[in-house]
Design a protein around this ligand. Structure first.
Ligand code: ADP
Length: 319
């Protein structure tokens, strides 16, 4: 469990983190989003103690990281892997040597290094590229190698700082799948900083939105995208919808619980009401489609639809 409590951090005269509090459960997939310069990367670097902070606390599995001595800090960092947007591979080393680097630093025996590197190239699907140099790899392949290197010492936590931002959407999606597998198969806590909302939706179960060094909003990813609080609208920009003034406009929420029900066709078949679909805001979250649908109907047909929605306990409101 990672607990960040009332964290404050300044660089010279600028306060970058202004009292950030976040709890992250073991094996969670947690996301940090916000505009550029809101302190996300700084927060990540505080978690692995690459950065100090002015006040507040970070506890990892109950240990206050500011209380650790030099040797204990070294072990803490061993338990926390990190990947970056620019991959940070060493160009003069091949895939095998890049992945082996942390193991060599920790003075593992050659046989143990060999076994671990060969396991990891299987995990990242690059067995056939083991002797290639970074210049011979695509962006996605380089990020896979960086992920393998970050996993070399069996960390409990993996910090991803814009890990997919330099990749095209399809390659980014493949890295997202790899990170999801790593979380599921190896039970590693993932903390992801990204400005790509599609990445957040496909990796993170929970998120915090940072604004100006403060948490503007936090909670379950799908609930936040469904409710669209101001902090998310500020990031995404608001969609303008001009609605008809006659008749009635009803927004129906498709939540995780009812995402498997064909609500709209049920309304048509079971109520006999006539309506138009004016707008849909559906989003994919881990293979489930949730969001909202806006219907326009006459005053007469409104009561039929509303009665049906209430009887089935669907969430809706008039616009
Ligand atoms: P984000 O990851 O949200 O883009 P950062 O954590 O990188 O934000 O940066 C937050 C603010 O702190 C920015 O204004 C940045 O210029 C400043 N900053 C980050 N690192 C340093 C540093 N080492 N020295 C001085 N200012 C820094």
């Amino acid at each position: 469990m990672i607990q960040i409590i009332d964290l404050q951090k300044s660089y010279e005269n600028t306060t970058v983190l202004k009292g950030v509090t976040i709890s992250i459960e073991p094996k969670a997939k947690y996301g940090l989003i916000g505009r550029s310069g809101t302190g996300k990367s700084t927060l990540l670097r505080c978690i692995n103690a690459l950065e100090t902070f002015d006040s507040g606390r970070i506890e990892i599995d109950g240990t206050d990281i500011t209380k650790l001595n030099k040797k204990e800090l070294k072990y803490l960092r061993r338990d926390i892997g990190m990947v970056f947007q620019d991959f940070s591979l060493l160009g003069s080393l091949n895939v095998y040597e890049n992945i082996a680097l942390p193991l060599k630093c920790w003075r593992y025996k050659n046989q143990a290094i060999d076994t671990r590197v060969k396991e990891l190239v299987e995990v990242i699907g690059l067995k056939d590229k083991i002797n290639f140099y970074p210049r011979e790899l695509s962006g996605g392949q380089k990020q896979r190698v960086a992920i393998a290197r970050a996993l070399a010492l069996n960390p409990k936590i993996l910090l991803c700082d814009e890990a997919t931002s330099a990749l095209d959407p399809k390659t980014a999606q493949e890295i997202v799948m790899l990170l999801n597998n790593i979380n599921k198969e190896l039970g590693i806590t993932l903390i992801t900083v990204t400005h790509q909302l599609s990445v957040l939706k496909n990796i993170c179960d929970e998120i915090s939105i940072l604004e100006n060094g403060k948490i503007a909003c936090q909670g379950k990813t799908n609930e936040i995208f469904l409710k669209k609080p101001e902090a998310l609208v500020n990031l995404m920009g608001e969609k303008e919808l001009s609605l008809p003034t006659k008749g009635c406009n009803i927004e129906i929420y498709i939540t995780e619980e009812n995402s498997h029900t064909p609500i709209i066709s049920d309304i048509a078949q079971k109520t006999g009401a006539n309506f138009f679909v004016l707008d849909t805001n559906m989003e994919a979250f881990n293979q489930k489609y949730i969001g909202s649908v806006v219907l326009h109907t006459s005053e007469n047909d409104t009561s039929k639809i509303v009665t049906y929605l209430n009887a089935n306990q669907y969430v809706w409101h008039k616009l």
